[in-house]
Design a protein around this ligand. Structure first.
Ligand SMILES: Cc1cc2nc3c(=O)[nH]c(=O)nc-3n(C[C@H](O)[C@H](O)[C@H](O)COP(=O)(O)OP(=O)(O)OC[C@H]3O[C@@H](n4cnc5c(N)ncnc54)[C@H](O)[C@@H]3O)c2cc1C
Length: 406
């Protein structure tokens, strides 16, 4: 096993959340602490371990404590399993699955679906084509229906609506939930509603009993209305599921899908200049700060990755980047799926601007800086050396992919 100690953000969150059922189990065992009068107190019974012959052993080299801490970090959190043997009804969710994985918006939606399902209903997730997701169980999915087939590849709203109609006929769910997003859910939901001749609730951010509240009037007003069957929900409409594990039982359509000729032909994605994408809409941002020492190399790396460039305020103030590239409280609030911060310390004003980013990667010399604490993946080291290695790795990956395709 590798000696690298990996952080588990989920376990850390549970350790902080005193209301979580596993909170107590995630607390580190303290053997010494400062008493109220400033004297260090020790729990002598907590030290050591019981050897194979039943005698208590104490290893004063410190290795034992280190080993125990590592083992504790490696213990996987086992959440209580929520089972629905015979669902009284279904709440169907159609996640966007951008890149084949659940997005944070999808997880919020599954959290909302769980609230609507209660203890008798089951959350059924409908996924199109191949996916790479392995965490449906902790995201709250009781049943999973994968609609396979090449007709669902790429932009295929008509075929997807046809698939959803078939699911609707078979499962007759109490509610359909789709993300009201630009990644597909917003359009698919509206098309699906039109084909069902039902009026959906859009941009819903709250459900209270039999009423839902959605944004309206160009985002300036709230609109409350009776809860319809079809709900297109906004991001952060509910907390993602965090305290239960679910069965993810596979289900299938009982009748094969009727395949009719689509009127839309997908000619594939059009390559765009990443610099031309507005920062607030960019999916992949490569951001530089005061720790970037070679700006030519920074631009070269961003071009190699095909990422949109961003910057901290210091980089902008120093004249290395344009003002419209500044990310943060007094700059642009971004919602990228991947945000790479090169040599950015993670000041609160900068972190505010990346609060909605899905995955944050930090490249920094200082392992204790706030950006590293926020990051999902960190690379500790000199930025220039890491960027050079990154360019080499990207080129090797691209060449490998080309060879495989040839
Ligand atoms: C009212 C107000 C509004 C603000 N609004 C914003 C805003 O919108 N956006 C914003 O970004 N800031 C904003 N700021 C500024 C903010 O407080 C910070 O000063 C700024 O974000 C720091 O930028 P930085 O992380 O690039 O620089 P620094 O804080 O100097 O951090 C540099 C980082 O680079 C690392 N580093 C150094 N050398 C290397 C190397 N060779 N390789 C790798 N890493 C290295 C260091 O360890 C450090 O972590 C605002 C401040 C105020 C008061």
């Amino acid at each position: 096993m590798s000696d690298i100690i990996r952080r588990d953000p989920r376990a850390e969150w549970i350790a902080r959340n005193r209301l979580h059922p596993l909170h107590a189990a995630m607390q580190p065992v303290l053997h010494s602490w400062m008493g109220p009068n400033g004297v260090i107190r020790k729990n002598v019974h907590g030290v050591g371990f019981i050897g194979p012959n039943g005698i208590k052993r104490i290893d004063r080299s410190g290795a034992q404590q280190g080993g125990a801490a590592k083992r504790a970090a490696a213990v996987e959190v086992q959440l209580p399993l929520h089972q629905v043997a015979a669902p009284a009804f279904y709440i169907n969710v159609v996640p966007d699955m951008v890149g084949g994985r659940l997005s944070s918006h999808d997880r919020d939606l599954l959290g909302l679906a769980r609230q609507l399902a209660g203890s008798d209903g089951a959350v059924l997730a409908v996924v199109f084509g191949e996916h790479k997701e392995g965490t449906f169980a902790t995201a709250g999915v009781d049943r999973l229906l994968v609609l396979e087939g090449h007709e669902f590849d790429g932009y295929s709203p008509e075929q997807r609506v046809q698939g959803l109609r078939a699911v609707d006929n078979q499962f007759n769910p109490r509610h359909w939930l789709l993300p009201d997003s630009r990644s597909g859910g917003g359009e698919l939901g509206r098309r699906f509603a039109a084909s069902l001749k039902e009026r959906p609730a859009t941009r819903v951010w709250q459900i209270k009993g039999s009423e839902c509240i959605g944004r309206a009037g160009a985002g300036q007003e709230d609109l409350a209305r009776p809860l319809p069957r079809l709900i297109l929900a906004a991001a952060e409409c509910a907390d993602p599921v965090g305290e239960t594990r679910h069965e993810v039982l596979p289900v299938e359509l009982s009748t094969p899908l009727a395949r009719s000729l689509p009127r839309i032909e997908d000619l594939g994605a059009v390559a765009v200049d990443p610099a031309a994408i507005p920062m607030a809409e960019a999916e992949f941002i490569f951001s530089g700060g005061n720790g970037v020492k070679d700006w030519a190399l920074f631009h070269q790396t961003a071009a190699a990755l095909g990422a949109t460039e961003g910057a901290s305020r210091v980089a902008v103030d120093d004249g290395f980047m344009a003002r419209d590239r500044q990310v943060g409280a007094s700059g642009i609030w971004v919602t990228a799926r991947v945000y790479v911060a090169v040599g950015i310390s993670g000041a609160i004003q900068h972190l505010q601007g990346i609060g909605a980013c899905d995955k944050v990667v930090a490249i920094n010399l200082d392992p204790g800086c706030d950006m590293i604490k926020r990051a999902d993946l960190s690379v500790i080291g000199e930025s220039a050396a890491i960027l050079q290695a990154l360019i080499v790795a990207v080129e090797a990956y691209r060449n490998g992919a080309k060879r495989d395709a040839a």
